[in-house]
Design a binder for this molecule. Structure first.
Ligand SMILES: NC(=O)c1ccc[n+]([C@@H]2O[C@H](COP(=O)([O-])OP(=O)(O)OC[C@H]3O[C@@H](n4cnc5c(N)ncnc54)[C@H](OP(=O)(O)O)[C@@H]3O)[C@@H](O)[C@H]2O)c1
Length: 264
């Protein structure tokens, strides 16, 4: 592909929903694109539109990220293509049911897409970006990382993992010039709801964000240098208080002595 001065963004789950809007916004910011998902037809249609509207170069990389050979091809692209400056780890799925209602295959599918894939892709991109001392990794988590009681514990747990991974990686690569951001959407109107047998319109209308404003807000958070961006949370102080309390515990979490309340 011809090279944009901003480099290329590799977006997973780019065929629809949040990933498709990231592709649109990053193209409009001047990034070339590498679009990843299973549905080649939808990826090609988006690629054609974005080439025509923005003039950026767009590659389509069809991959099922729950298939290890396909995942390895995407890892290889991240490791070997020096034009890539941005990874958007967005592809994800929710369950039609909770832990106790889902089959082992369904649970493994969620873990493969929501945990294994973003982990291996962040590792491949992170190593390349640290070597080049530049790059941005955006991981799409969820507000359910903070609210396991509101969902099923499996999807929410996968998103808590993504948040934890992001915070750990962000701290370890910040001195190497690499940025890592977790984006925590609330309910957002995309196909993920019908794909997992749910009706997003069953929620009160004021709970559901449209996908355009969600991605635009997430990019404002990125530009502000945030590690954790929560577009629907009106009172930033609620997150700051929560995060400060978490950080304040850290010096006390590993000790030789058992806490007095546990002494028999
Ligand atoms: N919508 C919400 O309310 C909400 C809230 C919080 C967090 N999120 C998170 O936001 C991210 C995007 O979700 P969305 O709402 O935009 O969902 P979506 O509309 O269902 O889109 C999911 C995207 O992932 C791709 N995908 C699904 N399975 C895949 C696989 N095995 N391999 C490769 N790509 C696959 C889909 O494309 P193909 O079918 O073509 O593969 C599609 O492009 C997810 O991580 C989700 O958990 C969403």
């Amino acid at each position: 592909m011809t090279q944009s001065t901003k480099g290329a963004a590799l977006v997973t789950g780019a065929s629809t929903g949040i990933g498709a809007v990231y592709a649109d916004r990053l193209a409009k910011r001047g990034h070339d694109l590498i679009l990843v998902a299973r549905n080649t037809e939808r990826l090609e249609a988006l690629a054609a539109r974005l080439r025509a509207e923005t003039g950026v170069a767009v590659d389509v990389l069809t991959a099922d990220l729950t298939n290890r050979a396909d995942l390895n091809r995407v890892e290889q692209r991240l490791a070997s293509d020096p034009a890539i400056t941005v990874l958007v780890n967005n592809a994800g799925l929710a369950l039609n049911g909770g832990l106790l209602d889902s089959t082992p295959a369904e649970l493994e599918q969620l873990i493969a897409l929501n945990i294994t894939a973003p982990t291996l892709l962040a590792a491949a991109a992170g190593r390349a970006f640290v070597t080049r001392k530049a790059g941005v990794i955006i991981n799409i988590a969820s507000v359910l990382a903070f609210a396991p009681e509101m969902f099923d514990g499996v999807y929410s747990g996968s998103k808590a993992y993504v948040l934890n991974l992001t915070q750990g990686l962000a701290a370890s690569v910040k001195d190497a010039g690499v940025r890592v951001q977790a984006v925590l959407p609330g309910a957002t109107r995309t196909e993920i709801w019908e794909r997992s047998g749910k009706d997003v319109d069953a929620f009160p209308a004021e709970w559901v964000m449209e996908v355009g404003p969600l991605v635009d807000a997430a990019l404002v958070g990125l530009d502000k240098g945030e590690t954790v961006t929560i577009p629907p949370l009106a009172d930033e102080g609620q997150f700051t208080t929560f995060n400060d309390a978490r950080l304040a515990m850290q010096p006390f979490l590993s000790r030789r002595d058992v806490a007095a309340r546990y002494l028999a």
